[in-house]
Design a protein around this ligand. Structure first.
Ligand SMILES: *[C@@H]1O[C@H](CO)[C@@H](O)[C@H](O)[C@H]1NC(C)=O
Ligand SMILES: *[C@@H]1O[C@H](CO)[C@@H](O)[C@H](O)[C@H]1NC(C)=O
Length: 318
């Protein structure tokens, strides 16, 4: 039993039962994770512990109750950890490609034969492959992928994508924010062309738990409570973001003006996307190739999504 001592007037202590603290894993340097931080601070008395990690943490460490990550990493982990569950969407982000006009690029098809900065095996790696194939009919053999690092404020280090783009080491970048916006600002808006197509790809950054955690009635109750508060926090992110800019800025080390600029690329409406299973089925073919395995069936992937936690959270009303 977890207990908490409440300090009463006159120095008396009253011992009351409380819920066990939740442990949450997320990459602490991405904008997408920020609603979890704000939920913990504003609605959870900071009682949850948020550690740096993601779905890899929740499947390897049973003390972790919740984990946030893009759909790509969930697919990588689900293969060997079939108890992983998506319970809610934190953010959807239609990634962008920024290309240098000097490389004679004006349409997506012009990326044929070009060098594109991204990281294979990540959501950005899939974004490039899927977007170029479905919207421009370009196969991976039609362009060259070059690895690099992110940059969240100029001046960017020499091995970062924005520096590589301005030096001409690469012709375009396909990556998450704010690196794309930093590259646009580094080269100057008039010198770049930006491609974005939400139908072709948007990152689906979800909150996950495991079947074991969700079977434990006490733990499940805490998770439902957390989700109820997260829904409130995301409403602020969506409708009134000026309230959170400065905190998010400090948390992920992205200056407020840059954060404001990339905010519209992020969709905080939450829920569980209606086409999530379709996206997972299509994307698992890519993840399977990167991880050198067979793609999972739609039937198997169906179990990765558990809408019942959200149903319970909504039942209590707001
Ligand atoms: C936060 O603290 C207040 C006051 O101590 C308490 O009433 C509330 O139930 C707590 N909320 C959570 C989620 O622990
Ligand atoms: C966006 O991508 C889809 C494929 O996913 C494609 O059918 C559509 O034509 C693209 N739209 C534009 C404006 O390129």
């Amino acid at each position: 039993m977890h207990i908490k001592q409440v300090h009463l007037l006159g120095g008396l202590f009253l011992t009351v039962p409380t819920l066990a603290a939740l442990k949450i894993a997320a990459a602490l340097n991405v904008i997408e994770y920020a609603p979890l931080l704000v939920t913990n601070q504003d609605y959870f008395n900071n009682t949850a512990t948020i550690i740096n990690g993601g779905v890899a943490s929740i499947v390897s460490d049973t003390s972790v109750d919740l984990a946030a990550n893009a759909e790509t990493q969930a697919l990588r982990q689900y293969r060997n950890n079939p108890s992983l569950r998506v319970i809610w969407n934190v953010a959807q982000v239609p990634y962008r490609i920024v290309a240098n006009k000097k490389s004679k690029i004006s349409t997506l098809s012009d990326l044929k034969g070009k060098k594109i900065g991204t990281i294979q095996g990540t959501s950005a790696g899939y974004f490039i492959e899927h977007y170029l194939l479905t919207a421009a009919n370009l196969k991976p053999s039609d362009y060259k992928i070059i690895s690099g690092s992110d940059c969240r404020a100029s001046p960017c280090g020499s091995n970062t994508f924005p520096s590589m783009l301005s030096k001409g080491t690469i012709d375009a970048i396909g990556f998450w924010e704010p690196t794309i916006e930093v590259a646009i600002q580094t080269l100057g808006e008039q010198n770049v062309v930006v491609f974005q197509n939400r139908t072709a790809y948007r990152e689906i950054y979800n909150l996950h738990s495991t079947a074991e955690k969700l079977r434990d009635p006490k733990k499940r109750k805490e998770i439902v409570q957390f989700l109820r508060q997260l829904i409130k926090a995301q409403k602020i992110f969506d409708e009134d973001p000026t309230k959170v800019y400065s905190r998010v800025s400090k948390a992920v080390n992205v200056g407020v003006p840059l954060l404001q600029k990339v905010w519209p690329v992020h969709d905080w409406k939450g829920g569980i996307p209606g086409d999530l299973l379709d996206v997972l089925e299509e994307e698992d073919k890519y993840v399977a190739k990167v991880d050198n395995r067979a793609a999972a069936s739609r039937d198997k992937l169906k179990n990765l999504i558990d809408p019942t936690v959200l149903e319970e959270a909504l039942k209590e009303g707001f």
